[in-house]
Design a protein around this ligand. Structure first.
Ligand code: KIV
Length: 274
C-alpha cells in the first residue's frame, strides 16, 4: 500500500465553515464510514465528512437506517477519525439514541465526540429544538436534519419529497427557524423542492444549510459517497450525479464533486432538483 502524497491543509473548524458561508464559498460534504474512504475524501479537499447512519444500508446491508446502533456509529466514527486529517467530522445520532430524553442525547453525543466527531447530527423538527438547545448550551455543535428524515421513513410513508404543499413547506420553515434559534449551526435539508430550501436559507441567513435533493440555493451540498461513485447498485436517485462516469480514479471523481459544488455547476436545477 502506498501512502498518498498531498499537501496537508489546515483543519476545517466551525469558525472556518462560518467564514466560508459568510463569503458565499459553498461547503462540500460527503459521507465516509471507514479510514480509507475518509482519507480519500479528506485529501480531495472535501470540507466535511458525514459519518452517516446511511451506513446501515451501505455497509451493513439493511433496508433502512433504523437498525443502526450507537455502538455502530461510535465504531465507524473512530475508523473515520483515524483516516481523516483536516475535514470537519459530523457524526449521526442513530435512531433511538436521542428521542427519550435530553440527557440520553447528551450521553450519545459524548460517545460520538470522544470517538472523533466534531459535530453531531440529529433528525427532525418540533420537539428536537429543546434537545438542540440543551446540547449546544453544553458545548456540542449540532447539525439539524429536516425534510426527508430517513429514521422516520415508516411514519413518512416512504422516501418521498417533503414540503411539496403549502402547509408542508410552512411547517419545514417553522421547524428550521426554531432549530436555528435553538442553536443549530448547520442543517441538512433532504429531498424537498428547491424553492422551499431557498426559503429556509433566506429565513435563516446565518444557518449553514447543506442540501441533498434540495436544489442549488443551500450553503453547501452533501451526497452519499457510494452513490456519487456509482458503486451502490440500482437506479441512482434524480438528485445524484455520477461523478465516476467521466473516468479516472475515485480521487478524481471526488475532486470533480468538490469543484462542481464550489463553482455552482452541481446541483443543476434542470437535472438534479425538484
Ligand atoms: O446518513 C446519511 O448519510 C445522511 C445523508 C443522507 C444526509 O444523513
Amino acid at each position: 500500500m502506498t501512502a498518498a502524497v498531498s499537501a496537508v491543509r489546515k483543519p476545517v473548524t466551525l469558525h472556518r465553515l462560518r467564514e466560508m458561508h459568510a463569503q458565499g464559498d459553498k461547503i462540500t460534504m460527503l459521507t465516509a464510514y471507514d479510514a480509507t474512504f475518509a482519507r480519500l475524501v479528506d485529501e480531495a479537499g472535501v470540507d466535511c465528512i458525514l459519518v452517516g447512519d446511511s451506513l446501515g444500508m451501505i455497509v451493513q446491508g439493511h433496508g433502512s437506517t433504523i437498525p443502526v446502533s450507537l455502538e455502530d456509529m461510535v465504531y465507524h466514527t473512530r475508523c473515520v477519525a483515524r483516516g481523516n486529517r483536516s475535514a470537519w467530522i459530523v457524526g449521526d445520532l442513530p435512531f433511538g439514541s436521542y428521542q427519550e430524553s435530553r440527557e440520553e442525547a447528551l450521553r450519545a453525543c459524548v460517545a460520538l465526540m470522544q470517538a472523533g466527531a466534531h459535530m453531531v447530527k440529529l433528525e427532525g423538527g418540533g420537539w428536537t429544538a429543546e434537545t438542540v438547545h440543551f446540547l449546544t448550551e453544553r458545548g456540542v455543535p449540532v447539525c439539524a436534519h429536516l425534510g426527508l428524515t430517513p429514521q422516520s421513513v415508516h411514519a413518512l410513508g416512504g422516501y418521498r419529497i417533503q414540503g411539496r404543499d403549502e402547509a408542508g413547506a410552512a411547517t419545514l420553515r417553522k421547524h428550521a427557524t426554531e432549530l436555528a434559534q435553538a442553536g443549530a449551526a448547520m442543517m441538512v435539508l433532504e429531498l424537498m423542492p428547491s424553492a422551499v430550501a431557498a426559503q429556509v436559507q433566506a429565513d435563516n441567513p446565518g444557518m449553514m444549510t447543506i442540501g441533498i435533493g434540495a436544489g442549488s440555493q443551500t450553503a453547501g451540498q452533501v451526497l452519499v459517497l457510494h452513490d456519487m461513485l456509482n458503486i451502490t447498485r440500482g437506479k441512482l436517485p434524480r438528485f445524484v450525479r455520477n461523478f465516476a462516469a467521466e473516468g479516472g480514479s475515485a480521487d478524481d471523481a471526488i475532486r470533480r464533486y468538490v469543484a462542481a459544488v464550489k463553482d455552482g455547476s452541481f446541483p443543476d436545477e434542470a437535472v438534479h432538483a425538484y
